[in-house]
Design a protein around this ligand. Structure first.
Ligand SMILES: *[C@@H]1O[C@H](CO)[C@@H](O)[C@H](O)[C@H]1NC(C)=O
Ligand SMILES: *[C@@H]1O[C@H](CO)[C@@H](O)[C@H](O)[C@H]1NC(C)=O
Ligand SMILES: *[C@@H]1O[C@H](CO)[C@@H](O)[C@H](O)[C@H]1NC(C)=O
Length: 452
């Protein structure tokens, strides 16, 4: 049984109130970085003509309600209540100091009219739409330069568009971008712990992605993100050039990486130069044909100080994937992943410097990434076809790679293959099957500290 479920069940049985479970119990959490604040000023989408019949277009209602929040500027901000129902709408922008609150049974559903879907400028660190040349599609629920935003509710469901259209239109559900030079702290909190009523609460993001672009102080908790396994470009959560991000207690099942920490690519990301750092990922359960916990491959602004723990993965492509490329430049350093259980995976661990993929042909082949200080500890896998591979770069070998207490059991028979390594140095302690001669085994204490 997934650890997340177990801990929730445990909480549930010892405590009638879900909230007290998380405040009185010993659950370690990083969610305190953005306080869950309540708002005195409350409005409902129905005050603006919103109709939740699944047919009426509510774009005007959403835009007017948010305009009202933005311009009336009530002290402590405003809560926008979405009553039960299906609210069809085109994309809309959030504003600062607001809570988007969805009642149980409320669905915000994007229109199927993607022909008129707004295009906006590409992210500066990407230089083009990630999956298409030129601009990118605006997020369904979009925010730019905001602070103090909360999305919450009971069984919240955002439904984007049919999967068929999704193949053509890669539009993240939420993309919040802030003006980096204004030193305001942004607080985005996507969660549902406001209500003590536990039964059935989950923020359910249907077929879409949370992309956090140059955000500070973000908490994402108790969300369920679902995308079909064969849907392309449906990463679950992507902290991108963002810092101080807390992602906890969530279930993610998608057609791409569950969580991928990024910071732009090639010359665009190098010029933009904004790392992702201080990312905590905890108690995540999920499944994907691609990676569970990923760093990269867009890491040109650098990725550092990432800590992931208590991760349960089922039916996976690659459990843990750290990836970059020639031309990326940047760095990946001080990444720790511990206490991972995976079952039925193509590969347990992959650290690679050759993933391919460039925004254009003008990348600088001398822009080599640096990868240093990767600690992978207490990782257990069953039915893992290949335990792992580490392919550094000849002119930029990966250093300080520490593997300890790792057991990745294969499937019996010819399908199981050994570790492969090149251009890497570091240590391995209690790793089975044994990784490769490039990693020394002299550190019997289980620590690789002399590599840092
Ligand atoms: C929403 O924000 C985007 C990008 O910041 C902007 O281009 C667009 O005009 C905004 N849309 C509305 C309806 O305000
Ligand atoms: C960002 O914010 C700063 C300070 O508030 C302001 O001077 C600057 O013009 C803003 N830049 C953009 C691109 O909005
Ligand atoms: C490494 O990252 C962790 C957070 O994951 C942080 O607490 C620690 O201070 C970092 N170490 C260094 C040397 O920056």
């Amino acid at each position: 049984m997934p650890r997340l479920l177990l801990s929730l069940l445990f909480c549930f049985t010892i405590s009638v109130s879900f909230l007290s479970c998380f405040t009185v119990g010993e659950v370690i959490t990083c969610s305190g970085i953005v306080p869950m604040r309540s708002r005195n000023d409350k409005i409902s989408i129905t005050d603006f003509g919103g109709v939740g019949d699944g047919k009426t277009l509510n774009t005007k209602a959403f835009r007017e309600a948010i305009y009202r929040i933005q311009h009336l500027r009530r002290t402590g901000g405003t809560l926008l209540y979405i009553p039960p129902g299906v609210y069809l709408t085109e994309s809309f922008n959030l504003t600062s100091h607001m809570t988007l609150y969805l009642a149980r049974g409320a669905v915000i559903k994007a229109t199927q009219d993607t022909f008129n879907w707004p295009l906006i400028a590409p992210l500066p660190s990407y230089g083009r739409g990630r999956e298409r040349p030129g601009g990118r599609y605006m997020s369904f629920i979009h925010g730019d330069g905001l602070q103090d935003v909360i999305i919450t509710g009971l069984l919240v469901l955002f439904r984007f568009i049919d999967r068929l259209i999704l193949f053509k239109f890669e539009v993240e559900m939420l993309k919040v971008k802030m003006n980096y030079s204004s030193k305001d702290l942004v607080g985005l909190r996507v969660s549902n712990v406001e209500e003590a009523d536990y039964a059935g609460n989950a923020l359910l993001v249907d077929w879409h992605q949370l992309r956090l672009f140059t955000l500070f102080n973000v908490v994402i908790r108790f969300v369920t993100i679902l995308a079909p396994p064969d849907s392309p470009n449906t990463d679950g959560i992507d902290p991108d050039s963002s810092s101080n991000v807390c992602i906890e207690d969530s279930f993610i099942s998608t057609g791409d990486d569950l969580i991928a920490v990024k910071s732009g690519w090639d010359k665009y990301g190098i010029a933009y130069d904004r790392p992702s750092s201080g990312i905590t990922i905890r108690r995540i359960t999920g499944s994907s044909p691609f990676a569970g916990i990923a760093v990269g491959s867009e890491t040109s602004g650098g990725v550092k100080n990432v800590h992931a723990e208590n991760i349960n993965l089922y039916n996976m492509g690659v459990g843990i994937h750290i990836k970059t490329n020639i031309g990326r430049g940047g760095f990946i350093k001080n990444i720790t992943v511990t206490d991972v259980y995976m079952e039925n995976a193509r590969k347990g661990i992959k650290i690679a410097g050759d993933v391919g993929d460039h925004p254009d042909e003008s990348f600088d082949p001398n822009a080599l990434p640096t990868v240093h200080g990767i600690t992978l500890r207490s990782i257990w896998g069953e039915k893992v076809q290949q335990p792992g591979s580490i392919q550094g770069l000849k002119n930029s070998p990966f250093t300080g790679i520490c593997l300890s207490n790792i057991n990745l059991h294969g499937v019996p028979g010819p399908r199981s293959s050994p570790w492969t390594c090149s251009d890497v140095s570091g240590a391995a302690v209690q790793v089975s099957p044994w990784p490769c001669s490039e990693l020394t085994s002299t550190h019997q204490t289980g620590a690789c500290s002399d590599h840092f």
